[in-house]
Design a binder for this molecule. Structure first.
Ligand code: NDP
Length: 410
């Protein structure tokens, strides 16, 4: 058994806390630390309200500035945690990873590190910060699983499954569709600052053996998805395009995210007016404001969307390649339901799909299966135990090929 420290107390942390509590018989004491301790305490209250703790045990909240590596090391030592699930904002990733290396405990996150001072990181994403710590992880024997949410995360494991079905992979198209409805006139599903940052910069994809650049909403394509039907999605830059293109340099690797016309209209207006800018402006009254912060302040708090969210998400990998000289194609995917997620853990479906995988990874580290003592992206790991476990704990995987559409089990 290994004690677990969850860092961050936002939408994804809520899911991680519930799922870790449901499996604390295989983990150990649970701790959650965030900048605002009240948010961590509130999450623990919702865990107790759902009676989610599998066995009575410790679940404690702590105030922590995760940018302060020494403070993170001190908390790891004080709590005796051996696994850190970092689901704080992406700015804290490297300070937390450094703390785990110093303390000699397992680390995982669900997004690449971002420098708070930059608008958006450019490729090679994992090469900018994470992979520079690879040697240090190895020397310390520290298991660090990078990007183990849904995308990045489970979609990387799906690519690895496809690798086993083909002789060569020629393309990986990761498609993320949220066909749910939150009932608000406009809202982002995550922190608007993070959400808009993803879409204001250059869109990078890996095609013809090189990085290609486009602008957001420039390249759209319609995909026929199970359950959610025909959906328009747009080429978007995403962490996993980098690590997957490093493993499959011969393949085209693209990430597509579904957007409705309404979202695109609102985004375009905000952007063209300069309201997504992080540069401060002065009002006529002499007040200095950052437009993006003002937009965030007037938009709904994404956490408030969960109770009324209905509909489903469908995220999957369309993988093409060849087998015995013939072209083959598979779709490996998951469908999640917003309402079911809310009823189980009090969160919307997108947080659910991001929060369950790191708990699966923690369970696999705790039982030794994934405790590799080195830094790894999800596609470096054996996908079979991960996918089997996800099938059991709320995120079943299906595979669709020319012959059938079935549950994927190993
Ligand atoms: P939220 O913004 O809801 O939560 C972030 C949390 O981090 C907040 O509780 C915040 O504290 C805390 N935090 C920020 N700075 C610090 C600090 N210096 N010290 C301690 N705590 C801090 O984010 P989400 O839950 O939506 O997302 C969490 C992570 O998951 C992000 O990295 C996101 O990119 C990633 N993600 C990954 C997905 C995937 O599928 N791979 C999908 C969705 C998200 P406070 O409350 O005080 O602001």
């Amino acid at each position: 058994k290994r004690n677990v420290l969850i860092i961050g107390a936002g939408g994804v942390a809520q899911v991680v806390a519930h799922k870790a509590a449901q499996h604390n018989d295989r983990l150990g004491d649970l701790h959650i630390a965030s900048r605002t301790v009240a948010k961590a305490e509130a999450i623990i209250e919702t865990v107790h309200a759902k009676a989610a703790m599998k066995v009575p045990g410790v679940f404690q909240a702590h105030a922590l500035d995760a940018m302060d590596t020494a403070a993170v090391v001190a908390l790891i030592k004080a709590t005796g945690c051996q696994i850190v699930i970092n689901v704080g904002s992406p700015f804290v990733n490297m300070p937390v990873l450094d703390a785990c290396i110093q303390a000699g405990v397992a680390y995982m996150d669900t997004a690449i590190h971002e420098d708070a001072g930059k608008v958006c990181e450019a490729p090679p994403w994992y090469g900018n910060y994470e992979w520079k710590r690879r040697e240090a992880c190895k020397a310390a024997g520290v298991t660090a699983i990078l990007g183990v949410g849904f995308d990045p995360g489970v979609v990387n494991a799906y690519a690895r499954v496809a690798e086993g079905l083909m002789d060569t992979i020629t393309s990986i198209d990761i498609v993320d569709i949220n066909a749910g409805s939150h009932g608000k006139w406009f809202s982002t599903n995550f922190d608007p600052e993070i959400n808009f940052r993803e879409f204001t910069g250059t869109v990078y994809s890996w095609q013809n053996g090189a990085w290609q650049s486009n602008t957001m909403f420039e390249v759209g394509q319609t995909f026929d998805m199970p359950v959610v039907g025909t959906q328009k999605a747009y080429l978007t830059g995403h962490d996993e395009v980098h690590s997957l293109s490093a493993r499959y340099p011969q393949a085209d690797v693209r990430f597509w995210m579904g957007f409705g016309d309404h979202y695109i209209n609102v985004f375009t207006v905000l952007k063209n007016l300069g309201l997504l800018s992080e540069q401060p402006v002065k009002t006529a009254e002499g007040l200095e404001v950052i437009p993006l912060k003002v937009v965030k302040a007037v938009l709904p708090d994404p956490a408030s969307l969960a109770p009324d969210y209905t509909g489903k998400t469908c995220i999957g990998d369309f993988v093409k390649g060849t087998k015995d000289g013939k072209p083959v194609e598979v779709l490996i995917y998951n469908v999640a339901d917003h309402k079911e997620a809310f009823e189980e853990v009090g969160s919307q479906g997108i947080s659910y799909t991001a929060g369950v995988p790191p708990v699966a990874a923690a369970l696999l580290i705790a039982d030794g299966t994934w405790d590799v003592g080195a830094m790894a992206n999800v596609e470096d790991m054996d996908p079979a135990p991960f996918i089997n476990l996800l099938n059991q704990i709320g995120l079943p995987t299906r595979i669709k090929d020319a012959s059938s559409d079935r549950l994927l089990e190993f």
